[in-house]
Design a protein around this ligand. Structure first.
Ligand SMILES: Cc1ncc(COP(=O)(O)O)c(C=O)c1O
Length: 379
């Protein structure tokens, strides 16, 4: 067999090994998706579009009306981009890949705030770039600006920001975002701002865009999508918005690969952006669960976690249990029948366990009860 692209020897599949569906008696704190159905008006809009026969090739960038609707949605977050500078991609993940393709060349270094969602690392390596993992502060998981500044070299090309954050649950303050923008200006970096959890914020900090600060708009690609806030993970719909020249490159990426997202999904995505009460109800439900879950997790012997500020994850330190995170995750599955993600699957995540609270209150309570019984038993 001829040689494969050697990049694949260095790229993992993120959390995949610990996401495998276990037996039905296992409680899963692993799945990073809302436990709600997609709101019915969205589903109906897709069905109606199919009935109208909207099944042919269409505008590669995404329909004009949907790009305009995304532009209007972004304006609520202080992001001022023209509809023509928006591309609709097959998922936020693909939107991130296009954004990286637009700015990263082989050998370029890209700053990640560690522990970072593992797909960033894989995408950067796929493009021949070099991910540089810079640890965040403990225990609040907020950016260490000084450490980021020290990590910049002549090869640094971009920084990836994700707030609210997966896996940490942190939401960066407006002051922190401003400092990140300043750093990007001083070192002439692109900012890839993954805002996928922007509508899921629980604390005092709201999602703040780098576009809110002088010098931000010309160096920021804003990437987001419908998966988390609208319970639309399987629809594979995301967006990229940013400066015209960069978006022209993103349009070329899409035209050279996916062509466009499914034609009949676009009217549905547009309807999703008009919904308020359905979206708020889902967000409120997560906000309530996080209080109970945070309290429960901190009541486990040897386990502690800061209060999540957004998204639907808790990142807990399990070093007090005397187990590594891999040992904890493996034994929790075998002995307590609870599935969790070990943090060391991400650089900078040693001793940490990521748990999602996007599951029913009953399962959250039962999972905590099982973990507590197990930890008490083995001590
Ligand atoms: C930080 C982050 N960005 C992007 C995505 C991917 O979103 P999508 O499913 O729309 O590709 C995820 C999904 O887990 C995520 O956690």
């Amino acid at each position: 067999m001829p040689n494969l692209n050697s990049a694949f020897t260095q790229i993992g599949r993120g959390f995949a090994a610990f996401l495998a569906p276990p037996s039905p008696d296992v409680i899963r704190f692993t799945v990073g998706q809302p436990d709600f159905d997609t709101p019915l008006p969205v589903v109906n809009a897709a069905i109606e579009s199919l009935k109208r026969g909207e099944t042919t090739y269409t505008r590669s960038q995404g329909s004009e009306t949907l790009c305009q609707a995304v532009s209007e949605h972004l304006s609520k977050f202080d992001i001022d981009v023209d509809g023509n500078d928006v591309v609709i991609a097959p998922g936020c993940k693909q939107a991130l890949l296009y954004s990286m393709m637009a700015v990263i060349e082989p050998g370029d270094e890209v700053l990640l705030l560690a522990p970072a969602w593992p797909s960033y690392d894989g995408m950067i390596k796929l493009l021949g770039g070099v991910p540089i993992h810079v640890p965040v502060h403990r225990p609040n998981y907020h950016p260490d600006i000084e450490a980021l500044r020290n990590a910049v070299t002549s090869k640094t090309k971009a920084i990836v920001i994700n707030s609210p954050n997966n896996p940490t649950g942190a939401v960066y303050t407006s002051d922190e975002i401003q400092q990140l923008v300043n750093l990007a200006i001083d070192s002439d970096l692109w900012i890839l701002d993954d805002m996928i959890y922007s509508t899921l914020v629980w604390g005092d900090n709201k999602y703040t865009s780098p576009n809110s600060f002088e010098g931000g708009p010309e160096r920021t690609l804003t990437i987001g999508g419908w998966s988390k806030g609208w319970a639309m993970t399987g629809w594979r719909l995301g967006w990229v918005a940013g400066p015209t020249e960069a978006i022209e490159a993103v349009k070329t990426c899409q035209a050279s690969s996916a062509t466009h997202v499914a034609t009949f999904l676009m009217p549905a995505a547009e309807v999703a952006l008009t919904l308020e009460k359905e979206i708020d109800a889902m967000a409120d439900s997560f906000a309530n669960r996080r209080l109970m879950f945070h309290e429960g997790i901190n009541s486990l012997p040897g386990v502690s976690a800061p209060m999540p500020e957004g998204a639907f994850y808790i990142l807990a330190d399990v070093s007090g249990t005397g187990m590594t995170d891999i040992e904890f995750a493996t034994r929790a599955l075998d002995e307590a029948k609870v599935q969790v993600i070990p943090g060391s699957l991400m650089l900078g995540g040693d001793n940490l366990i990521r748990m999602s609270y996007a599951t029913s209150l009953e399962d959250l309570k039962e999972g905590i009860r099982r973990l507590k019984t197990w930890l008490i038993q083995i001590n």
